[in-house]
Design a protein around this ligand. Structure first.
Ligand SMILES: Cc1ncc(COP(=O)(O)O)c(C=O)c1O
Length: 330
């Protein structure tokens, strides 16, 4: 069967680096830890969503849209990267921001990602806490159409099968780097939110016939909810690719012990992980996603689940602009 081709627009100028974290590896007693720097996807401050947007924005253009519309929390990295992509390509962007996290500091409400959204020219609609999102999305989409523009809606996190193709592509890039560095039997650790990154990576590895273990660290909800979400998106992504591969449920693993009181709410382990990585490696993480994922990685090593013989790849999905929304923590 011929593989379908998907329009893609290049937003990332080159491969993101794979780098050793030698001081962190030594501090934790031996496993070789590397970081895949998807925080360096460049556009608009970088992060994992730029990879998804390469496919989503191309689809928007193909459909003749002139306005990207998306939704996320007040400090959404996805919204910030969508606003930057719109600016770069010459489209408009409408950002719908949900009040999803119980934080009322002025920095949380107006700095970090949301400051960048404004800078990139996004038109911002803030929803009240608890306001039904589906109704708001519909109203905003029809208002955009009424004023003569053509909206293209990108769901939370860009986590559709089309968006997940960004991480199918990333899986090939990472696989080449692992081979070049002769890193065998790697275990990949990443944050899992709306799950497009996790699912795209698993679908991409399946397509390549590779068996690196992938461990998602949940940033919200529980293990079963997240694993079901990953499973569904792997299925949809492989089906979009007309793949002969079948999703293998035994390859789907999410750990949910690092969420703490909830999405976007700090934990002691997250704060320690962010501080440690900053001080040992000069590497900024973020309080919502990569900080919790690194807390999970450190705990898995400390508990002996990942050992000195393991090669661990930490997928840095970006997000450090959100640090400026949590100045009370660091
Ligand atoms: C920095 C960062 N890491 C990880 C994620 C989670 O990625 P996904 O939604 O694809 O699971 C996000 C999503 O917003 C993010 O902003």
């Amino acid at each position: 069967m011929t593989r379908p081709m998907f329009p893609r627009i290049q937003l990332i100028p080159h491969h993101t680096p794979l780098e050793p974290l030698e001081r962190l590896s030594h501090h934790l007693g031996g496993p070789s830890i590397y970081v895949k720097r998807d925080d360096l996807t460049a556009l608009g401050g970088g992060g994992n969503k730029v990879r998804k947007l390469e496919y989503l924005v191309a689809d928007a253009i193909e459909q003749g849209a002139d306005t990207l519309v998306t939704i996320g929390g007040i400090q959404s990295n996805h919204v910030r990267q969508t606003a930057a992509a719109a600016a770069k390509i010459g489209l408009s962007c409408v950002a719908i921001l949900e009040d999803a996290v119980e934080r009322k500091h002025p920095e949380y409400l107006f700095s970090g990602n949301v400051l960048l959204d404004r800078m990139f020219g996004a038109e911002i609609h803030r929803l009240e806490r608890g306001e039904p999102t589906d109704d708001a999305i519909e109203t905003i989409l029809s208002a955009i159409s009424h004023r003569g523009n053509k909206p293209y809606f990108i769901p939370v996190g860009g986590s559709t099968a089309l968006g997940a193709l960004g991480y199918v592509t990333a899986a090939s890039e990472l696989a080449r780097q692992l081979d070049d560095h002769e890193i065998e039997n790697a275990t990949i650790v990443l944050p899992t939110g709306s799950a497009g990154t996790h699912a795209g990576l698993l679908a991409g590895l399946a397509e390549l016939g590779r068996f690196e273990e992938v461990i998602g660290i949940a940033v919200s909800a529980d293990r079963t909810t997240k694993e079901n979400l990953v499973q569904r998106l792997v299925e949809e992504t492989l089906s979009l690719l007309s793949s002969v591969q079948k999703p293998d449920p035994s390859r789907i693993r999410v750990e949910d012990g690092y969420v703490g009181p909830g999405y976007g709410l700090p934990t002691d382990k997250m704060e320690e992980a962010v501080q440690l990585t900053a001080r040992l490696e000069g590497l900024p993480l973020d309080p919502v996603y990569t900080g919790k994922a690194m807390a999970g990685l450190i705990d898995l090593v400390t508990r002996g689940e990942l050992t000195a013989n393991d090669n661990i790849i930490f997928l840095h999905t970006g997000g450090s602009p959100a640090l400026f929304a949590y100045p009370d923590l660091f």
